[in-house]
Ligand binder design. Structure first.
Ligand code: 3HC
Length: 282
């Protein structure tokens, strides 16, 4: 896995590019417009520089890692990639299109992974002619700080593909890995999203304030962030997509996404990334 491709340079894609580059891989990030490409480059360099300021990485290593990341607008440049991780918006038709294109461009031995948190991995795998080389590689936000990667094998992912990607995540990226089946939510989101939605329903019912819900879970359970701050961090749109996917998969009434979450997404209050979610950010 010397040559890695990342589709999408948003919060997750930039984080994935950062950890791969810091681990020594040559990383190419695909973006759709020059302004998005510039923003992706800035995300990676800002975060790596923050690591220098925090004493986690030397200036020399940071410079070398930054030099290993390049952003392109041309998907054809992905031809030589050993591993491509897709971190595009959670839109099923868009992911189909991306996997279909990647399949025709990336060399036959290349592995294609999706960082989706809500779309069944088999759906994108079947957009390719190499479904045995497609799997889920699910990172957590913020990627440079969260140790976990969920590895999701579909019914047709080959054991060799899962083993190679697990080895890369564990031994090259230094992440903790867990294996999960191809079910909505995998392990983490199947547990986390219902908890977050319950906090939103509690707020909506007027039962407690946002500040008190967050303070309760931090102080009472030792969580690093309260649930509403966490939804703001993940993004309300991402949280809604994950909740909708769980509801569609299991059809259990308690998994129905909260109306308040829908209304906030519709009104553009997507969380920290836009400066406004359950809280306001400068
Ligand atoms: N590079 C390297 N290291 C960095 C860094 C950077 N850019 N920024 C910070 N650090 C280091 C710090 O030096 C510090 O290290 P130390 O513990 O050795 O001193 C550590 O990271 C923590 O940094 P801070 O002290 O600045 O930050 P906090 O203590 O406020 O912690 C947090 C930040 C780790 C994000 C914490 O708030 C947390 O764990 N939050 C929960 C996040 C979470 O639950 N994420 C999962 C979301 S779900 C998801 O992503 C799935 C999706 O599908 C929905």
């Amino acid at each position: 896995m010397k040559l890695v491709g990342v589709v999408g340079g948003g919060t997750m894609g930039a984080g994935i590019a950062e950890v791969c580059a810091k681990a020594g891989s040559d990383v190419l990030v695909l973006e759709t417009k020059q302004e998005f490409a510039d923003a992706a480059t800035k995300r990676v360099t800002t975060s790596i520089s923050r690591g220098v300021a925090k004493g986690k990485i030397s200036q020399d290593d940071a410079d070398a890692a930054i030099a290993r990341v390049r952003v392109t607008l041309d998907i054809d440049e992905f031809a030589d990639r050993d591993l491509v991780v897709e971190a595009a918006p959670e839109i099923e038709s868009l992911k189909f299109e991306i996997f279909g294109k990647l399949d025709t461009i990336v060399k036959p031995s290349g592995i294609l992974a999706t960082n989706t948190s809500s779309i069944p991995v088999i759906k994108v795998a079947t957009a390719t002619k190499r479904p045995e080389q497609v799997l889920g590689m699910h990172f957590f936000n913020p990627v440079p700080l969260m140790p976990l990667v969920e590895i999701i094998s579909t019914l047709v992912t080959s054991p060799e593909t899962a083993a190679a990607v697990t080895d890369y995540a564990k031994n090259t990226l230094g992440k903790t890995t867990v294996q999960a089946g191809d079910r909505s939510g995998f392990i983490v989101n199947a547990l986390l999203i219902p908890y977050l939605c319950q906090a939103i329903k509690m707020l909506d019912s007027g039962y407690a304030t946002a500040e008190d819900i967050d303070a309760a879970m931090k102080g009472g359970c030792g969580y690093p962030m309260g649930p509403l701050t966490l939804v703001d961090t993940i993004g309300l749109d991402i949280t809604l997509a994950a909740a909708e996917s769980l509801y569609a998969e299991f059809a259990e009434p308690h998994l129905a996404p909260p109306a308040l979450l829908r209304r906030m997404v519709e009104s553009g209050r997507l969380g920290r990334k836009v400066g406004r979610g359950f809280y306001k950010y400068d």
